[in-house]
Design a protein around this ligand. Structure first.
Ligand code: XIL
Length: 385
């Protein structure tokens, strides 16, 4: 677990680096790649890449410099949006896999492993419009199950054994009250039943893959109901014998997840209790979407980057102290590609772009890269995968 001394060390080192940009300069070729540090400890390190949306995103995906950085640091790729149901089947009819195939083709050539995100994002906001428009109460019995089956079989059938781990269900718990979120499938068969069915279908269609429930509960005090709801869901699924292998910790952290001070110690205790309970139920853990929202941190780069690195270090030290946590994936590796630049509601009051990732927009390493490397170097080793 991180000590306050670690945090101060990172802050001090980062502040000391002002005027010596080389200390945090472009990823030093001598630096051990993050994937290699992870592998020495029996873990995998990866990142999400996106290409769909607009021309800017396409260009970023083909940017040779970003690709080279990704290939150097990462052994695992997940598609940021390209495998979501909305993306692969925006209208009823055949699934379209061209974008994600392009992305995965490149990743395979680079020797990366692949994660699948996500077979079903629970909220109607993230389901295709045509799916939300279906009223299964007016359709023959079994129609809801059969649509879910077709979708899961189409995706898992397409990728075969290439995908080692799937987020089968994404974000099913309402953070406001800890209850399950509804959608057209849940309305027909009950939310828990629908989630259970999705995991069974995934096990059938992708028998070799790790099956994950993925959500964004975090250590912060305001997430108590969210964490409780996720624990309740995991306990219910375990009781039913649902084939869930792991909990995906999205890990979109922010200043509210700091583990310093009185509130921080409370957050630290709450997070440890949560992870203990999840592991106690027999689930594995993985960090699926790590980034640091810096909207509460000062504007100046040195202070801001040091603050974000300290948050990252404390969170990773605690979470990676669980040997059941076998993967660490970022949700974007350089600041200009981060979804937080466009996401409504996380804008900084000063209007400056966020700096949520380990590399800046010129692909220069920031203190957060050092924090991630240090956390992985310090964590206990896992048995070989
Ligand atoms: C985000 C993408 O990064 C954005 O580009 C998109 O507009 C919305 O989704 N939790 C998840 C991810 O599971 O799929 C989300 O990705 C970020 C939060």
């Amino acid at each position: 677990m991180a000590t306050r001394r670690d945090t101060l060390g990172i802050l001090g080192a980062a502040l000391g680096a002002i005027g010596t940009p080389l200390a945090w300069g472009r990823a030093d070729p001598q630096d051990e790649p993050l994937k290699a540090i992870a592998a020495r400890k029996g873990m995998r390190f990866g990142n999400a890449m996106g290409m769909q949306g607009d021309e800017k995103r396409r260009q970023r995906f083909y940017d040779p410099a970003y690709r080279a950085l990704m290939a150097r640091e990462c052994g695992l790729l997940v598609a940021e949006n390209e495998m979501k149901w909305q993306a692969v089947q925006p209208e009823a009819g055949p699934h379209r896999f061209a974008a994600v195939d392009d992305m995965f083709g490149w990743a395979r050539r680079e020797g990366m492993l692949l994660r699948g995100h996500t077979l079903l994002w629970q909220s109607p906001r993230w389901l295709p419009k045509w799916v939300n428009a279906l009223d299964f109460s007016k359709q023959p019995a079994g129609a809801a199950e059969s649509l879910l089956r077709q979708h899961i079989q189409a995706v898992c059938g397409h990728f075969g054994r290439d995908i080692i781990s799937y987020d089968v269900i994404n974000e099913a718990v309402n953070p406001q009250d800890g209850k399950l979120i509804g959608n057209v499938f849940a309305a027909r068969m009950g939310a828990l039943e629908q989630i259970d069915l999705a995991f069974h279908l995934a096990r059938e269609a992708a028998p070799g893959a790790q099956l994950v429930y993925n959500d964004y509960m975090a250590p912060r005090a305001g997430d108590a109901l969210h964490r409780a709801g996720v624990l309740e869901l995991l306990a219910s699924l375990k009781a039913r014998g649902t084939p869930v292998d792991a909990l995906g910790l999205q890990s979109h952290i922010a200043s509210s997840d700091a583990m310093a001070g009185a509130a921080g110690r409370q957050a630290e205790r709450a997070w440890r209790a949560f992870l203990d309970e999840v592991s106690g139920m027999g689930y594995a853990l993985l960090i699926t979407e790590f980034d640091v929202n810096d909207r509460e941190l000062p504007a100046g780069f040195a202070e801001r980057d040091a603050g974000a690195a300290a948050l990252a270090r404390d969170y990773l030290d605690l979470t990676l102290s669980y040997p059941k946590c076998r993967d660490l994936l970022l949700w974007g590796m350089a600041d200009h590609v981060s979804w937080l630049q466009e996401w409504k509601g996380v804008e900084r009051a000063d209007g400056l772009p966020q700096r949520p990732t380990p590399f800046d927009s010129n692909l220069r390493a920031k203190p957060m890269r050092g924090a991630i490397a240090a956390a992985m170097r310090a964590m206990p080793g896992r048995a070989a995968l």
